[in-house]
Design a protein. Structure first.
Length: 165
């Protein structure tokens, strides 16, 4: 079984702080702390990622780098436009199916990720799960991701993974 960790980026600066340029928004100090705690939670569960793939938006790349640093021996993350907020579920599925890995993490944005998880589980384009900032959904599948044939193993927000949240 292949495990896909679907991770929403952590808390980011407001758009006004970057002249309205959404792509440049960075994680806040609290956002970095939560993502670091979540990544350490994964590491405490002996999760070793074979690849970490991120949206090109700054806050997602920062989240992916923190996760990579805690849960992988990789030297760098992969970046793809397929994880942008307006991405295509089917194009992302094709890309993920081309990966030769057993433990994959993708880092992106809402509402795309909730819709993607829902699509993987049911073929339904309408989201029926909700990803919190720094939240993770773990999906498993046998060999290839096929919409409606994946299994949701767990879905947690940072408050469920971090003590005292």
């Amino acid at each position: 079984m292949i495990e896909l960790y679907v991770i929403r980026h952590g808390i980011a600066d407001g758009a006004a702080e970057h002249d309205g340029k959404d792509e440049e928004r960075q994680l806040t100090k609290k956002g970095r702390e939560k993502v670091t705690g979540v990544a350490k939670y994964l590491r405490s569960r002996d999760i070793e990622l074979d690849t970490v793939i991120s949206s090109p938006l700054v806050r997602a790349k920062e989240t992916a780098e923190i996760v990579r640093g805690e849960c992988s021996s990789l030297k760098r993350i992969a970046v793809t436009d397929l994880l942008k907020p307006d991405g295509s579920y089917d194009e992302l599925l094709s890309y993920l199916n081309s990966q030769k890995c057993d433990h994959i993490a993708i880092v992106g944005h809402e509402p795309f990720l909730s819709g993607f998880v829902s699509y993987c589980l049911s073929r339904n384009n309408q989201p029926f799960v909700r990803m919190k900032k720094a939240g993770i959904a773990l999906i498993s599948y046998d060999g290839r991701i096929e919409p409606g044939k994946c299994e949701l193993l767990w879905l947690m927000g940072p408050g469920q993974m971090l003590p005292g949240e």
